[in-house]
Structure formats: structure tokens, C-alpha cells
Design a protein around this ligand. Structure first.
Ligand SMILES: [Mn+2]
Length: 263
């Protein structure tokens, strides 16, 4: 690993990794973890997909490697805060526990370097505001599984042809107006929650849609996921928050490596 490619951040927020699920892009996350050093690492839920694991067991070596790297960071001084989500809610039983640099929290506050205070939570609590009937949920689930299957097939083909990663699910979500309405209500519920606590913003995941925006003076930061977009939210040393799309960063790095080094 050349020092030139190493990124240093104050905080990193990742969620919706879905280890144990076929759609998880563990290799991309391993690449991110390898190229990153951070003081704080927030795991904002749905890190392990217990729901998918129960349905069909799937656990390749890469998925163990992700866990090993996360624990390795804790061992080497990174403060790791694990905020379980709805797919790994079993770990919520252990909220409040602390082992060395690793702590498990139901939700927590993050004080940024610029003094801004954020609520950090997975986000499934805000689903209550966006209720769906069971049949609709089932339709959604079947459709989503189908889309993700197609997405993997398309990406495999694109990959072989040398194209960049592209998400069909994200593309379809952008096109559907009911999905947009859902995202809007989710965003409002999250921002409302942060406002109730008197905080400056909310950092969450859950809906697999990376976004940094402002909702009536409250910041809404969604760190995205590692199934479709492979996105991550980072805090720079001055408190500035930035959303990164890791496949884009990887492509930029490859271009940089191909260029002759500046004298
Ligand atoms: Mn979730």
C-alpha cells in the first residue's frame, strides 16, 4: 500500500453492508478499509444480514475478512461504534456493552470537529412513518430480490466488458415516484427526530440511498450502502462531511496509477 493512496479521516460512517447476503459487495468494502485510516468508525446498522442468513446460509471468505478488518481497526486504536440495524437487530440486545475500543449502541450522538452535533441511528425507526400493508411489502420484496438478481447479472457482464459498476436498483428507484415519496417522508421523519433532540443533523442509512441534504435547517446525511452504490460518509479533520462513492474513487485511482508520477 503506497502512502500516496492512503486516506486519513476523523470519522467514517458505513452501513447496510449486508454480510451473509449474496448482493454484498465485500471486495469493494475491503478495498475501502485498506485505503483508509480513521479515528472514529461508525457501523450504522445492517452490517450482518441475519434475515438473509436465516433464509439461506451464505458466507464466503471475503465476509469473514471484512469482520476481521473491522475488529483489527478497533484493536489498533480506532474507536468503533456499532449501531445495529433491523437486519442485525439481534445485536441490539448487547447495546451499552463496551469491549476495548468497540462499543455497541442503539443510537448515539456524534460531536463533529466543527462543533456540530449529530444523531447517529440506523433509520428503521423512521419506517413507522412510512407504513406499507403486508401484501405490498411482499410485492416489494419479490420485486427487489428480482431487481438485485438482475443487477448482479448486468454488473457481471459490464465488469467483463470493462465498464464501471452501475446500479439498476438505484436507477429504478430514481424513476419511481412512489419510491421518491417514501424517501421524502423518511428524510423528514429523520430530520424531525434530530430536531427534537436539539441536534444539528442526523446520520443514518437503511434505505440504501446515499444523500447529504438540508431539511428545514437540519442536516440529513445518509451514508448509503455496500450492496448497490458502495458509498460511505466521511468526516474530515475540520468537521466537513463528505459522501464518497467508492467505485468512482477506485476508478480515479486506477487512472492516477496509470499516469506517470509527477516529478
Ligand atoms: Mn435496514
Amino acid at each position: 500500500m503506497s502512502e500516496r493512496n492512503l486516506r486519513h479521516y476523523r470519522s467514517v460512517f458505513i452501513s447496510d453492508v449486508h454480510l451473509g447476503y449474496r448482493g454484498c459487495n465485500a471486495q469493494m468494502l475491503i478495498d475501502f478499509l485498506r485505503h483508509t485510516r480513521t479515528k472514529n468508525l461508525y457501523l450504522v446498522g445492517d452490517i450482518i444480514d441475519m434475515i438473509s442468513l436465516k433464509r439461506s446460509f451464505y458466507w464466503p471468505q471475503d465476509h469473514s475478512n471484512v469482520i476481521r478488518m473491522l475488529l483489527g481497526k478497533a484493536k489498533h486504536g480506532t474507536r468503533v461504534v456499532y449501531v445495529p440495524g433491523n437486519h442485525d437487530h439481534q445485536f441490539r440486545e448487547y447495546c451499552g456493552l463496551k469491549f476495548g475500543n468497540l462499543e455497541i449502541r442503539r443510537r448515539c450522538r456524534h460531536l463533529a470537529a466543527d462543533g456540530r452535533k449529530y444523531l447517529v441511528t440506523h433509520g428503521d425507526d423512521y419506517d413507522g412513518n412510512v407504513r406499507f400493508s403486508l401484501p405490498l411489502k411482499l410485492v416489494g420484496f419479490v420485486a427487489y430480490s428480482g431487481i438485485m438478481f438482475m443487477n448482479r447479472a448486468i454488473c457481471a457482464v459490464r465488469n467483463r466488458m470493462g465498464y464501471d459498476y452501475w446500479s439498476l436498483a438505484t436507477f429504478l428507484k430514481e424513476k419511481s415516484s412512489s419510491a421518491l415519496k417514501y424517501v421524502e417522508r423518511f428524510r423528514e421523519a429523520a430530520a424531525h427526530d434530530a430536531r427534537e433532540y436539539g441536534l444539528d443533523g442526523v446520520i443514518c442509512g437503511h434505505i440504501h440511498r446515499a444523500e447529504v441534504t438540508d431539511v428545514d435547517g437540519v442536516r440529513y446525511l445518509n451514508d448509503g450502502d455496500w450492496v448497490e452504490s458502495c458509498s460511505v460518509l466521511v468526516e474530515h479533520h475540520d468537521g466537513r462531511m463528505e459522501l464518497l462513492n467508492w467505485p468512482q474513487e477506485v476508478n480515479a485511482r486506477k487512472v492516477g496509477e496509470a499516469l506517470p508520477k509527477a516529478a
